[in-house]
Design a protein around this ligand. Structure first.
Ligand code: IVH
Length: 686
């Protein structure tokens, strides 16, 4: 972790300039969410202001942001907080953590006896949720810490914050509202569909969403509690003696807490253990389904918290251990257009290289042309680049305030950048009109076809595929099934590898139809739709016989896509014929061809059910990945889905199930263990 030491400014003028910039940045940030400074730059500026004021107290300006919640710029409402909503002091390394520990010991007059609770520092907006007799009655933002805004209109759209507790407690939950990466994705799709500006990052999206009233659409967010206060100004009378106990109690009442936020809450006896845990959390950060900007360390015992006390703006008994920023400002230098597996022409942002969380970022995804248009981005714009989990870095809206006038429009291609042929611009994503027939996207489509969730031909990596294509042995996916041993030896330069591949290719011949169909890379279809189509028709012959109308009857298949899908299936006729001739399986186990024996339709155990699987599978379902689980669900007559909604009827919750399980609980959806689900499947478990 590289932390720049904050030093005082060289002159009073520089100090004034810094205070002005910090104030302007906070005002913009809490105004329309468009701060010209990224978090890391702002943090450093704020720390230099503190350092300067310590060295030159005579320079101190009364409007300095030092020591004020949100730099004094957050919108303040008229709801008084029962107990002030404090901010946290920051540490950035082991040394400053030790210093904080020493200050706590000094205040207690003895080392901390009840341990330190360590939990993730969630990157969203603080909120107070007031419950009376177990009912959620009011939501209030932090505001300036003393007064906040009433945002009760958001009740019902926040996952993890139930409208009723499982007990009749009267208390105020304190916690963070945020958008998971998935919620952010959906939020921007919704905004795009309604012609609204896309959110530049989940934090701004959350703040805007909490405050917005009367939107014609709903945007979902997520809550994690990190504390409890009394609703009335009197002594809160907390239901426990430690932070850990209270968090466990409210979790048992149905609330999502930081203890369930992916990395969990741990209590440690020493600061050495705390430091190790923070490093562990830093390592887990990229894989979390939402953003965290550090860890929060709290003295666990309430008695000790009380003795340690609070300063004006932050408690002495807790501290934030900040991790390096995952968000930086940079410049959009150019936009490249690349042709993907199914001939999709995808835009990619070329960025002025910038370090984000320890690695240099040069590119970011731009999704599709419609996204570029909705974002209003131009070449030369300042953009915020951030890493969401372990996925590709991304940029969203440009920082319009920083435009110089030298920006130029993004140029959209008018011919396929790979083959120079026509582009089909009728859909949201643009495609090479040549499709996957063999030209554009052949390598990518073959790589996809042999993938684990399609034909699963283990060992046939990119290098060998390229060699086979270069030698002219393979011009489409069907050719893989007629490769000779000699051709494979030549491509892999190894007899052993060739034999393994021959065996794996032979095994791929008996894959279910859904995988064979998926391997064709038909436009507008992927794994889920391939399963639906295979299940619906049962055989490749039936699929080929289907026209656009018949395809529209497939669950989840958007009618508007049916003509394109039908046309592509027809165009792939010769390849399908070659697959048949090579002895590749063309039926779906459990499809209509198998269930309607002699006109008798078998009743399936999951008929009419919409099932979501979450967490790792154990027990009778051990080792099954998502694709295999989805195949299982659909063979048993159910519909599988990736996200929990009101339509979901069953959630199968495995090991470490997280936000989907929480959402199921919020919606009151039926939740089954692996064993219970296996019992429902019965013979269909196979
Ligand atoms: S405790 C009196 N715990 O960070 C202590 N805060 O920078 C109050 N935050 O205003 C805060 N995750 O909005 C606490 N696990 C966590 C947190 C957390 C995120 C936010 C919170 C607070 C801000 C301070």
């Amino acid at each position: 972790m590289t932390i720049t030491t904050a030093t005082a400014f060289a002159s009073r003028e520089e100090y004034h300039h810094a205070v002005d910039s910090a104030l302007a940045a906070s005002a913009a940030y809490y105004g329309d969410g468009s701060s010209p400074l990224d978090d890391a730059t702002f943090d450093l500026l704020a720390r230099r202001i503190v350092a300067h004021e310590a060295e030159h107290p005579e320079h101190l300006r009364s409007d300095s942001p030092t020591g004020k919640v949100a730099g004094g710029a957050a919108p303040v409402g008229d709801v008084a907080h029962s107990v002030p909503m404090l901010s946290l002091d920051n540490v950035f390394d082991a040394e400053s953590l030790t210093k904080w520990g020493a200050s706590v010991t000094r205040r207690l007059g003895a080392p901390v006896a009840g341990g330190f609770a360590v939990e993730p520092k969630l990157d969203g907006a603080a909120i107070a949720a007031r419950y009376r007799n177990g009912r959620l009655v009011q939501l209030v933002t932090r505001g300036d810490g003393v007064h906040g805004e009433d945002v009760s209109h958001a009740i019902g759209s926040i996952v993890g914050l139930p409208e009723r507790l499982d007990t009749d407690l009267t208390l105020e939950l304190r916690g963070e509202v945020l958008m998971t990466h998935e919620q952010f994705e959906r939020a921007n799709e919704t905004r795009q569909a309604h012609g609204a500006k896309v959110f530049s990052n989940p934090r701004n999206g959350t703040a805007g969403t909490l405050r917005a009233k009367d939107r014609p659409y709903t945007i979902e967010t997520t809550f994690f509690a990190y504390g409890v206060a009394g609703v009335d100004a009197e002594a809160p009378g907390l239901p426990g003696d430690t932070h850990e106990a209270v968090m466990n109690l409210i979790a048992a009442a149905g609330v999502q807490t930081t203890a369930t936020a992916g990395v969990g809450m741990r209590v440690h006896a020493t600061l050495e253990e705390v430091q190790a845990r923070v490093e562990e959390i830093a390592g887990l950060r990229a894989a979390l389904p939402f953003g965290i900007d550090g860890a929060v360390i709290k003295v666990n015992d309430f008695g000790e918290q009380k003795t340690a006390g609070v300063a004006t703006r932050h408690p002495h008994w807790a501290v934030a251990y900040k991790l390096p920023a995952v968000e930086r400002r940079t410049t959009l230098v150019a936009v490249e257009w690349n042709v993907g597996r199914t001939g999709i022409i995808a835009p990619r942002a070329v960025l002025e290289p910038v370090e984000v969380d320890g690695s240099i970022v040069r590119y970011a995804t731009l999704h599709n042309p419609a996204f570029i248009q909705a974002s209003g981005m131009m070449v030369g714009d300042t953009v915020t680049v951030w890493k969401a989990g372990d996925i590709i870095p991304r940029i969203e809206a440009p920082v319009v305030d920083l435009r110089t006038g030298a920006e130029t429009p993004i140029v959209f291609p008018d011919a396929c950048p790979k083959c120079g042929g026509a582009i089909d611009t009728s859909g949201e994503r643009w495609e090479c009109a040549g499709g996957t027939g063999g030209g554009c996207g052949l390598l990518a489509s073959l790589r996809y076809a042999v993938g684990r969730d399609q034909l699963d031909i283990d060992g046939l990596g990119t290098t060998y595929i390229e060699a086979l294509v270069d030698e002219g042995s393979v011009v489409d996916v069907a050719d893989l099934f007629t490769l000779s041993r000699d051709q494979l030896v030549s491509a892999t330069r190894s007899e052993r590898r060739a034999d393994t591949l021959l065996a794996n290719i032979a095994a791929a011949r008996s894959k279910p139809l859904n995988r064979v169909f998926c391997a064709l890379g038909i436009v507008r279809t992927g794994r889920t739709l391939s399963r639906q189509i295979a299940r619906h028709f049962g055989t490749m012959d039936a699929i080929r016989a289907a026209d656009a109308d018949a395809l529209s009857a497939v669950p989840k298949l958007p009618g508007a896509n049916a003509p394109k899908i039908a046309a592509h299936i027809a165009a792939m006729g010769p390849v399908i014929d070659k697959l048949v001739a090579a002895g590749v399986n063309m039926t779906e186990p459990g499809g209509p061809a198998e269930t309607e024996v002699a006109g008798e339709v078998t009743e399936l155990p999951l008929s009419g059910q919409v099932v979501v699987v979450t967490g790792g599978m154990n027990g009778p379902l051990a080792g099954r990945n998502r694709t295999e689980m989805n195949e299982l669900i659909e063979r048993a007559g159910g519909v599988s889905s990736g996200s929990v909604s009101k339509k979901t009827t069953i959630v199968v919750a495995g090991e470490s199930a997280g936000s989907k399980l929480a959402k199921a609980r919020t919606l009151g959806t039926k939740v089954l263990t692996e064993q219970e689900f296996a019992d429902v499947l019965g013979d269909h478990l196979g």
